[in-house]
Design a protein around this ligand. Structure first.
Ligand code: MRU
Length: 355
């Protein structure tokens, strides 16, 4: 399996995704500040991977804390959580990961005989459990979603929602993997995904690693490939899904969804429940990360725009729910109306809603 991130005795080890596909190198984050930096600089990226990395960051921070008593540990916890929460704003998994450890620690701290070592160990164990749960969720999404993939044909994906964006197997690419494992003859079209090139660098790398046939498309080629009949389905991941089913995902996803509708191609979103944000009513309320202009002005270290060009670099866009054919989760496949399906899925945690 592709080792995206891993808890070790020395800290959290990350496959450096900024160096792929040319170099397979690793970064060891030995304290929570280093984990925050790894998330901010996108050495690790992808909503589920960010969520588990943040949880491991909190656990690491607590493990390294020199607090003399529980009150001081709580102060440290606050600083650690704030640092990690300030890294990337759009993927709700980041906040989900932080909150899960924070709430566990707060609950344990209320117990009269709680000790600092016990709390530290429990935080580490919880973060490691979240890692295992993420892989299990990806496998479940694959099992639910495989039947939605064509038996043979082209599937377009945008960005990287694969093993590299999760603790393993992937969400959108997990569904593709599961379909291929079940005998579907798929050819993946990977949008390059300007400006960070997650599709060209990461999706192509990880699918070829598994011998899944892949063609890289520049982002502006999707329309003509759809028109030519090469694409039978689109499947993408998500960074946050609002309570009405609007989906925030990598910039460019919205355009792909509109094109899919025009060409009568189903548009699927695969995401774990940790990506669903029932506190945010609609996509308009989702915070969209604006990244450094240099990601647009430079290519491979070389300036490609005039020095005085105005730059906009929103990292995500929102696809309105009406463009989404189905949302594939570990709890089952959701179909419109999403307000209802998401509420039902939240209340009935373990039921498969519709397959
Ligand atoms: O900026 P990134 O690379 O973190 O953005 C990643 C995406 O947009 C993915 O599609 C999304 O996080 C889903 S990953 C399973």
């Amino acid at each position: 399996m592709i080792p995206t991130l891993e808890w070790t005795d020395a800290g959290v080890r990350f496959l450096d995704q900024t160096k792929l596909p040319l170099e397979e190198t690793y970064v060891l984050a030995e304290d929570y500040r280093a984990v925050a930096e790894v998330i901010r600089t996108m050495i690790v990226r992808g909503a589920p991977a960010i969520g588990v990395s943040a949880a491991m960051g909190v656990a690491l921070g607590l493990q390294r804390s020199q607090a003399a008593d529980i009150a001081q540990l709580d102060e440290d916890l606050q600083i650690i959580c704030n640092t990690l929460a300030a890294t990337r704003p759009t993927a709700v998994n980041l906040f989900w990961g932080i909150e899960r450890i924070r709430q566990l620690v707060r609950a344990l701290s209320q117990e009269p005989c709680a000790t600092i070592p016990q709390i530290q160990q429990a935080a580490v164990a919880e973060a490691r459990r979240m890692y295992d749960e993420d892989i299990a969720a990806c496998r479940a999404m694959g099992a639910h979603g495989a039947a939605l993939m064509p038996h043979a044909g082209g599937v377009l994906t945008h960005c990287n929602a694969g093993a590299l964006a999760t603790c393993g197997y992937g969400t959108a690419l997990g569904v593709i993997r599961a379909a291929v494992e079940r005998g579907h003859k798929l050819h993946v079209y990977a949008d390059e995904t300007r400006p960070f090139l997650q599709g060209a660098r990461l999706t192509a790398w990880e699918l070829l690693h598994d011998n899944i046939p892949t063609t890289v498309l520049c982002d502006n080629m999707a329309a003509s490939q759809m028109r030519a009949g090469k694409i039978q389905a689109v499947i993408v991941g998500a960074d946050r899904i609002a309570a009405n089913g609007d989906v925030a995902n990598k910039i460019g996803t919205y355009g792909v969804a509109v094109l899919a509708k025009e060409h009568g191609i189903p548009f699927y979103v695969a995401a774990p429940w940790s990506t669903i944000d029932m506190e945010t009513a609609t996509g308009e309320l989702i915070p969209i990360e604006e990244r450094a202009a240099k990601e647009v002005t430079h290519f491979n270290g070389k300036q490609i725009t005039p020095s005085n060009a105005e730059i906009s670099n929103p990292a995500f866009d929102v696809t309105p729910a009406r463009y989404v054919t189905a949302i594939i989760t570990e709890r089952g496949i959701l179909v419109p109306p999403y307000e209802h399906a998401l509420r039902l899925g939240t209340e009935q945690a373990v039921h498969v809603l519709h397959v």
